[in-house]
Design a protein around this ligand. Structure first.
Ligand code: PAF
Length: 287
């Protein structure tokens, strides 16, 4: 496994690999890797000859009051996990490497980004689409793998690829959960023991929603109310950013679950913001 920090060197390697007809699979991350990330690496491993994992805490996707400075980092542990999983290249650029002092070009998705996390995190998706477009141009992958926990991000990136004609196949990996159901996230490391116990309530509320749907309830107002009361009881969140039920493709709110719908929640427990979701009808009976 090699570690590259220069974008020029990464791009030169990628060009050489493609000249040798190698299929490059990219797993973009912000580091502090966990099994959720590694499941994406496993998908990339199966579908490509060379797996590149990028590790970059992207400043432009954090708001001024957000956790950029305290975002967890552990490069040694990340490298060990990548070695074990057979990653070929870790691309870990510095902020200066990715953003010149006079950087002035951004990529912005104008529709799917506006609701859900876009409401409470203005500018977040502009930062995501900008860095992902840069990574695509530097790593030159044929395949890029993203997680379904960030369901809105996944849709925004699918749209980025379609609308800007990137010749890249986007593959989405399932949400990977802790044994008690909490969706794996680097931000879980912020939770105190008490907050960690409460955090599992996010998953429980989604299970209640899935059960209601399975028992014939498709009215989204009823399902949202049940999610809210479950969150308040089990999770005791400091705030609820949103509980939204939207069409999976358009991310627009729906009154009834008739076609593939995304039930997404975002809560704050202490200083930690957690997101999770379920897609109904469920394709894999995960719930
Ligand atoms: O999902 C993430 O970890 C980040 O948003 C991403 C896609 C690596 C862009 O910085």
């Amino acid at each position: 496994m090699i570690i590259i920090s220069s974008s020029g060197e990464m791009q030169a390697q990628a060009i050489q690999l493609r000249q040798k007809s190698m299929r490059i699979g990219l797993v973009p991350t912000m580091g502090f890797l966990h099994d959720g990330h590694m499941s994406l690496v496993r998908i990339a491993r199966k579908m490509s000859d060379i797996v590149v994992l990028s590790s970059f805490v992207n400043p432009t996707q954090f708001g001024p009051a957000e956790d950029f400075n305290k975002y967890p980092r552990n490069e040694g542990q990340d490298d060990r996990l990548c070695e074990l999983e057979g990653v070929d290249i870790v691309f870990r650029p510095s902020a200066g490497e990715m953003y010149a002092k006079d950087h002035s070009v951004y990529v912005e998705e104008m529709d799917l980004s506006s609701g859900l996390c876009g409401q409470s995190r203005p500018g977040h998706f502009r930062g995501v689409t900008t860095i992902v477009a840069k990574l695509f141009n530097i790593v030159l992958p044929q395949i890029a793998v993203f997680g379904r926990k960030d369901a809105q991000q996944a849709r925004v990136i699918e749209q980025l690829v379609r609308d800007l004609n990137f010749p890249i196949k986007i593959v989405l990996g399932q949400i990977i959960r802790e044994p008690d159901g909490l969706a794996m996230s680097s931000r879980n490391s912020y939770l105190s023991a008490n907050e960690r116990e409460r955090a599992v309530g996010v998953y429980k509320s989604l299970c209640i929603a899935a059960d209601l749907y399975r028992n014939g309830v498709s009215d989204t107002a009823t399902i949202s109310n049940r999610i809210r009361s479950s969150l308040e009881k089990e999770c005791r969140p400091d705030s609820i950013d949103y509980i939204d039920i939207v069409d999976y493709m358009t991310l627009k709110k729906v009154d009834k679950i008739t076609i593939k719908s995304l039930i997404a929640v975002a809560v704050r427990i202490g200083h930690t913001r957690l997101i999770d979701n379920v897609v109904l009808p469920s394709e894999d009976n995960q719930y």
